[in-house]
Design a protein. Structure first.
Length: 528
């Protein structure tokens, strides 16, 4: 059964399709780019998703993977590995059923990119770190799909590949035109490019979802380029976690451990092994984007505040790695003016952010996780849950940074030099500000960066009288100073009729202009 026929028989739950759409400018910074530059632009758009906790995925699947069968009553979990499973939403057993019979053992949370591939040397199953330390990809719902426990156990941490019927050691039950299989690999290039191919098996998903999984893989290697922002654990000599710090890290991605990736390669542009890259590109073309994927993408946007651009733009992979990688990527969305950022004072409260949570005690609903963004003097400021965050708070006087909450300051066409925060209080003496780059000295950040992510230090909640304390740090104001003022005070001694072109630091520019801010005849202008 092909997917177009499948989509006429099965409809996604109405709650999924009602999710909010992104603004017309969500992808604007990627417009006109191609190849590696396009991939990096998309990375900056979709990076640092506000993933929910791993244990909350069971509830999240009710939104992202709800399925209604034509002619059947009830809502079911959407299984891409098994064609016979019928597990009702959330009430299904969580992969703990007895025996080894497909369709009755239960559902598991499947890492389509197995967690062992993230960084096995820095996050072993035992030792100083655990898989839960590999965040946010550990619970990124884009690649964490619900699957039948028996099928998932047969997949294990095997590569995706193609299995000829005579090489299959296991096949799923009926229900798909072509069953999911496990066995020896028949994908072209595998035998020549993999060490000991005769000792290694692969898992082949059914044809109906191969494109879905290929686009998930494209998302993962785009969202997790090596310089992404990460939470990292702090442990004592006995390996007990005492807290967490945040910052950019190259320890959890860029070097993927699997035969599907080039072993040891730190190439952020195209990390796949040639055989796997050719196969995924072929899968994406043979299985186009479906309504099921689009609905899941909308639900993901609502839950963790980012999207899979390879679902939004079918064939996008060709503009990054394929036969269109020299062509500029364009789409019908609006072109956003890149604002010119200048010094500013920003009050941090619900009025500035534009929210009204008075009916919920100034706390935002846990499932409404899309980031809150506002602008001041060309500076874009984003307040969100952060990875694994559970609380988000703003009232008339302050915002609060609970564990994992982040405040991102983006200077666009300038660079940040200094940010001074006014902290109005905290409910734990170990709460203090931390930053993704630059230096943090008390409440003052200094550095030289277009973007900085501010969070508070992690403090574990402690039980008191049977309840948890949610620790936070309060912020009421911030004063932002740019590396270079965007005004033309530095050039005011120059005559207004001077038609030479200057940088905003006063250097005369000869030849073609690169993207940036310039001054001519006493007036600023921006080159994009």
């Amino acid at each position: 059964m092909n997917k177009s026929l499948l989509s006429t028989m099965i409809v996604a739950c109405i709650a999924i399709t009602a999710m909010a759409q992104p603004s017309a400018t969500y992808y604007s910074s990627a417009r006109g780019k191609s190849g590696a530059e396009l991939k990096t632009a998309l990375f900056h758009i979709i990076k640092n998703p506000n993933v929910i906790h791993y244990d909350s995925l069971w509830h999240a699947y009710d939104r992202t993977d709800c399925r209604i069968y034509d002619g059947e009553e009830g809502e079911w979990i959407w299984d891409m590995y098994s064609g016979i499973s019928r597990y009702p939403l959330y009430t299904y057993p969580h992969g703990t059923g007895a025996g080894n019979t497909e369709g009755v053992k239960g559902i598991q949370r499947e890492h389509s990119i197995p967690k062992k591939w993230f960084n096995p040397t820095d996050a072993p199953a035992s030792g100083s770190k655990s898989y839960d330390d590999v965040r946010p990809m550990y619970s990124d719902i884009v690649h964490l799909i619900p699957t039948d426990a028996v099928c998932n156990n047969n997949r294990s941490d095997l590569c995706y590949g193609e299995v000829a019927d005579e090489q299959a050691d296991w096949q799923s039950e009926g229900g798909f035109c072509k069953k999911s299989k496990q066995g020896g690999c028949s994908t072209p290039g595998w035998a020549e490019q993999v060490a000991n191919p005769t000792k290694t098996r692969v898992f082949e998903p059914n044809d109906e979802y191969k494109g879905d999984l290929a686009r998930i893989y494209f998302y993962m290697v785009t969202c997790y380029e090596p310089d992404y922002f990460s939470w990292m654990p702090v442990r004592d000599s006995d390996k007990r976690k005492t807290g967490e710090i945040c910052g950019p890290s190259s320890n959890h991605c860029g070097i993927w451990s699997s035969d599907m990736f080039n072993a040891g390669s730190e190439d952020a542009y195209q990390p796949f092994a040639p055989w796997a890259f050719d196969m995924l590109m072929r899968w994406a073309k043979n299985d186009p984007v479906s309504d099921k994927e689009r609905a899941r993408n909308e639900a993901t946007w609502q839950l963790q505040g980012n999207r899979n651009p390879f679902v939004d733009f079918e064939g996008l992979e060709d503009y990054i790695w394929g036969n269109k990688k020299d062509e500029p990527f364009n789409y019908n969305g609006e072109i956003a003016d890149e604002p010119t950022s200048d010094n500013c004072e920003v009050e941090l409260n619900n009025e500035t952010i534009g929210v009204d949570w008075s009916s919920t005690g100034n706390l935002r609903n846990y499932w409404e996780r899309t980031p809150l963004t506002f602008e001041k003097n060309g500076v874009t400021i984003t307040f969100n849950y952060g990875m694994n965050g559970k609380l988000l708070y703003a009232d008339d006087d302050e915002i609060r940074l609970y564990n994992y909450n982040t405040l991102t300051i983006d200077a666009h066409n300038n660079e940040l030099a200094k940010i001074e925060f006014t902290t109005s209080g905290q409910n734990h003496d170990k709460k203090y500000l931390v930053a993704s780059t630059g230096e943090m000295d008390g409440n003052v950040w200094t550095g030289n960066a277009r973007e900085v992510i501010i969070a508070s230090s992690y403090v574990s909640s402690t039980k008191s009288s049977g309840t948890y304390n949610d620790y936070y740090l309060s912020l009421s104001n911030m004063s932002i100073t740019m590396s270079v003022p965007t005004g033309i005070e530095q050039k005011k001694e120059e005559p207004v009729c001077d038609d030479r072109t200057y940088t905003i630091t006063g250097v005369v520019v000869n030849g073609a202009l690169q993207p940036g801010i310039y001054i001519r005849n006493g007036r600023k202008f921006v080159v994009k």
